[in-house]
Design a protein around this ligand. Structure first.
Ligand code: BG6
Ligand code: MG
Length: 213
């Protein structure tokens, strides 16, 4: 039976993709090319440095490693500036209620995010208290689709990966969950999340029975 639920952050709990996009777009403009919202789709669930690689590929530009680190830093400073202003009102509909009812029913909860900014976001949203374990981009070496982030979460929860359910909005994240031997619930439209075991549009009016498989 299911003993724990692991949540991705960006795109599952809060729509930070729009802020990532604003910051990447600003960097692209500074470098002299356009970065569209459609291009931005490719960055979902992808690590910061890998995101930069994709952005530079779109712009047809190449830089040495040192410059790339500086560019990623620049983007991150803008991103942090944007997310420093977010609050509770940006929690996606139904998420808080869902977390509360899981815990009331004895299900452990964890965060499994690629973001190194996860703590700032959780604090601003005031939802850190709902998680028994928090694994973010500072704690892992290998990016999704590697299962490391989710396996570490299961380990901290002291639960067998087979008894964990993962909520993810990105394909790389669904793959990571499957690679961890977990049940993967996609959050978003089902045409993009083929490998998910189940897909939900969001947590609005979702009952905790959906975690049973
Ligand atoms: C993921 C996002 O959760 O975190 C990606 O979906 C982002 O878009 C990645 O690149 C890393 O985030 P950060 O905050 O460490 O740059
Ligand atoms: Mg995500």
């Amino acid at each position: 039976s299911v003993k724990g639920c692991i949540f991705d952050l960006d795109g599952v709990i809060v729509d930070t993709a729009k802020y990532h996009y604003l910051a990447w777009k600003r960097l692209a403009e500074e470098l002299g090319f356009e970065f569209t919202i459609k291009d931005n789709e490719r960055l979902k669930g992808v690590s910061r440095m890998k995101s930069l690689e994709i952005l530079l590929e779109v712009g047809g530009l190449k830089f040495d490693d040192e410059t790339k680190i500086k560019l990623a830093e620049k983007k991150n400073n803008w991103y942090v500036e944007y997310i420093s202003k977010i609050d509770k009102s940006e929690i996606l509909t139904g998420v808080e209620k869902f977390l509360i009812s899981l815990r009331e029913n004895g299900i452990k909860t964890a965060l499994g995010s690629a973001s190194k900014n996860a703590m700032i976001i959780l604090n601003n949203l005031g939802i850190e208290k709902y998680f028994d374990a928090i694994i973010d981009g500072n704690k892992v070496k290998k990016a999704k689709p590697d299962p490391e982030v989710f396996l570490l979460a299961a380990k901290e929860l002291n639960i067998d990966p087979k008894e964990c359910v993962v909520f993810e909005d990105a394909e790389a994240g669904i793959e990571a969950a499957k690679n961890a031997g977990m049940y993967a619930i996609g959050v978003g439209s089902s045409d993009k999340l083929h490998d998910a075991d189940k897909v939900i549009l969001g947590f609005d009016a979702v009952n905790i029975d959906i975690i049973n498989f």
